[in-house]
Design a protein around this ligand. Sequence first.
Ligand SMILES: NC(=O)c1ccc[n+]([C@@H]2O[C@H](COP(=O)([O-])OP(=O)(O)OC[C@H]3O[C@@H](n4cnc5c(N)ncnc54)[C@H](OP(=O)(O)O)[C@@H]3O)[C@@H](O)[C@H]2O)c1
Length: 250
Amino acid sequence: VSTRAAFVQGATRGLGLELARQALGRGYAPVFATGRKAGSSPGLAGLRETHGEALVALDLDVRDERAIEAAAERVRERTPRLHLVLNCAGVLHEPEGAAPEKKLEHLRPETLRHAFEVNAFGPLLVARHLLDLLGHDERSVLANVSARVGSIEDNRLGGWYAYRGSKAAQNMFTRTLAIELERRAPGCIVVALHPGTVDTELSRPFQGNVDPEKLFPPERAARQLLAIVESLQPEDSGSFLAWDRKPIPW
Ligand SMILES: NC(=O)c1ccc[n+]([C@@H]2O[C@H](COP(=O)([O-])OP(=O)(O)OC[C@H]3O[C@@H](n4cnc5c(N)ncnc54)[C@H](OP(=O)(O)O)[C@@H]3O)[C@@H](O)[C@H]2O)c1
């Protein structure tokens, strides 16, 4: 039985850590799990204890293209193909102390830049450096974890310029990538996924207004996303899907 290899970018905690755990549970091996502090992530250390060499933790700040290249090289040393790439890293209140903007006066170029680098450029550059590992004759999926607030059409509340704008840019990159890979890696399905509101550090300051039934523990959110990933068909490539598999307007 041939194994399937996975790469989870942004897997040191929160939703990404849970996606890495469940990918291992579903038999993906090796699972490459990355983040700025992958080497010192207690969550990843725990997975390493349970799964041994099937879990490969790689330090990767997705703002650093050289680090992406180096990580891709480490992947190639272990496996010639990837069957799943999940770009999960995302920032909402970084750099330190930044809060999502409620009005123009709250804008800070540094916060905008940081959000775009991590949320939008990161997944695209990862795709660029992993492309050769995804273009094979078996099924593969590249899923970028997006957010409903990145939908332009769905935007009725406004605010959160950096986060919304960077996720909208990520969405455009996902769609554009899907079109390019149709030709260059036809077996690869490319999608944007909205996980719902997930109980993590990212959402913690904003959970007050969320219906408790709509606040998913990471375990549930990851299970829902992986179920979608497993069900995707070639014709789904280029779509933006929510946790319940309903399409979201771009
Ligand atoms: N939570 C929600 O309600 C919610 C809703 C909609 C969409 N999402 C999306 O879901 C994804 C996961 O979010 P989460 O809630 O799990 O957030 P989280 O708990 O804050 O985790 C964020 C992850 O991103 C990584 N990361 C941040 N900056 C990075 C960088 N420069 N380079 C590499 N990795 C970086 C972090 O690792 P290190 O700190 O180790 O680098 C961590 O693993 C994000 O894309 C987010 O936008 C979340």
